[in-house]
Design a protein around this ligand. Structure first.
Ligand SMILES: [Zn+2]
Length: 107
């Protein structure tokens, strides 16, 4: 990662990623705090790396330790948010797995 410092706040990144993926899925709930610029830049880089590696897995050899660790966290948090939620078969609204559609649709 070509930044003047190596990012090391992985706990902060995990929390930011959870909010990022919940926003992306449009998970209902109280408003989530906006991402800090540092987390936004970090997550943008990890998103780009994830996409790059999906088409060119050999690019993984160029990753440094911060990228590898960040990417693992990115993928873990994405999977966690995806596994905790499901979408309504009628309207597509997203809600916590095992719950009910927030729009009141009934199976
Ligand atoms: Zn619904």
């Amino acid at each position: 990662m070509n930044l003047a410092y190596a990012p090391t706040d992985y706990d902060g990144l995990a929390a930011a990623l959870q909010g990022f993926f919940e926003d992306a899925l449009k998970v209902p709930g109280p408003p989530r705090p906006p991402l800090s610029l540092a987390h936004e830049m970090w997550i943008t880089r990890l998103s780009e790396l994830d996409e790059l590696l999906s088409v060119d897995s050999a690019a993984a050899r160029d990753l440094d330790e911060a990228d590898v660790r960040g990417l693992a966290l990115y993928r873990r948090e994405r999977q966690k948010v995806l596994s905790q939620h499901e979408s309504c078969g009628k309207c597509g609204s997203v809600y916590r797995r095992g719950g009910f559609c927030p729009r009141g649709c009934r199976g």
